[in-house]
Design a protein around this ligand. Structure first.
Ligand code: PMP
Length: 397
């Protein structure tokens, strides 16, 4: 008898499962606002020009494919660290940040959780309610107990900052607090700078361990602006972890390129932390893949190529902002207030629709969003935005 006969199938991932359903849908009017991938005005995932150029250069060099160091490609780590913290940041110059290359933002989060649990004795983590579903799964898989902190107002119109602060203030010391650095997924609601200052104060006072997840740098208010929270924590001398990703802002989803940054008190500490991270990596996957990190290092390492990359990212960001405004206007034409779309940042909007309403939106109108009410704004374009607004209006009414 098979060893596997008693196994039951796992339910589909709520987001990736939607892709399968969408593919099977024969309707021409169908719109995919489910998965978090940036699509251009033509409705396609673009290959960024600077990535193409970097690949051309790499190909010409005919580099052999040896193993990367366990901590990843040094030039990649140094460039991404500067991108995240700012090239002149005192923490960068002091060498007190341990940065390693990871398998996307997901890999960075997983290593962060493993480090916190195995080496800092952290047993409890909290995530925002709601959050990206994988946050909970990743922390649990690494042995943490996972709780939730209040985030959204009951009417889903914004952040309930008072409830959030109360939740933070009630946490025991050494709790890992996972915060979205920018472009909160799924709600699109981010803290203001003043709110971040208050958050940092509480994190320090309560002796909590911040883990900042920044998967969308450049898609919210801009490449530098989006890094505000991470840079503030570093300015304030807080020791913390940050998981970043090149999936979205380089369009390198499938290459699995991310980074984990552990901001330490001094350079010596950072070296110790890097040695520990290398040990964790060694037993998990030994070393990261070469290609994606090389592309990013090539782009960021060449001032001209970096400048054109910044322009391309800004182009994606402004297209998203433009589609937010278009959705708001199309809602107005239907007599509805879609101001949520213009108040939020990044690829995602929380519509406030229930799971059943999202089912109706999908079944009756072929508009695919996540059952928690999230739609991906980057899936909108000038051809489908009115149809989406009309479909949303029909479900809202
Ligand atoms: N964090 C958040 C909030 C995300 O939305 C994502 C991607 N969906 C990630 C991390 C991880 O991204 P990746 O592993 O693809 O870089």
């Amino acid at each position: 008898k098979s060893d596997f006969a008693a196994l039951a199938p796992m339910p589909d991932d709520p987001i990736l499962g939607l892709v399968e359903l969408f593919k099977k849908d024969p309707r021409e009017t169908k719109v995919n606002l489910g998965v978090g991938v940036y699509l251009n005005e033509a409705g396609f995932l673009p290959l960024m020009e600077c990535v193409e150029e970097a690949e051309r250069r790499l190909l010409e060099r005919h580099l052999p494919r040896g193993y990367m160091p366990m901590s990843g490609m040094p030039q990649y780590c140094a460039s991404v660290q500067k991108l995240v913290f700012g090239k002149d940041h005192a923490a960068v110059k002091a060498g007190r940040i341990s940065t390693i290359q990871t398998l996307g933002g997901t890999g960075a989060l997983q290593l962060a959780a493993a480090f916190a649990h195995q080496f800092l004795g952290v047993n409890q983590g909290v995530v925002s309610d709601p959050t990206w579903g994988n946050h909970i799964a990743i922390l649990k898989a690494d042995g943490l107990e996972v709780g939730k902190y209040a985030y959204l107002k009951a009417d889903r119109s914004g952040i309930d900052f008072e409830a959030f602060k109360a939740a933070l203030n009630a946490l025991p010391a050494k709790t890992l607090v996972l915060l979205h650095g920018c472009c909160h997924n799924p709600t699109g609601f981010d803290f203001s700078h003043d709110e971040w200052r208050e958050v940092v104060k509480i994190l320090v006072e309560r002796d909590l361990l911040p883990l900042i997840d920044m998967a969308y740098q450049g898609f919210g208010a801009g490449l530098e602006e989006d890094a505000f929270a991470i840079r503030l924590l570093a300015d304030e001398g807080v020791t913390f972890l940050a998981a970043t990703s090149c999936s979205k802002n380089f369009g390198l989803y499938g290459e699995r390129v991310g980074a984990l940054h552990i901001v330490c008190d001094n350079e010596k500490e950072a070296q110790v932390v890097t040695s520990i991270m290398k040990r964790i990596v060694r037993q998990e996957y030994s070393n990261p893949p070469t290609h994606g990190g090389q592309i990013v290092a090539e782009v960021l390492g060449d001032p001209e190529l970096q400048a054109s990359w910044r322009k391309e990212v800004e182009g994606m960001r402004s297209r998203i902002v433009g589609m937010r405004e278009a959705l708001y206007a199309a809602g107005k034409a239907e007599g509805l207030d879609f101001s949520f779309a213009v108040k939020q940042h990044g690829m995602f909007s929380f519509t406030g629709l229930s799971a059943e309403e999202m089912d109706l939106l999908r079944e009756k109108y072929g508009v695919y969003g996540v059952r928690n009410g999230r739609i991906c704004i980057a899936g909108l374009n000038h051809r489908n935005v009115e149809y989406v607004a009309k479909s949303l209006a029909a479900v809202f009414k």
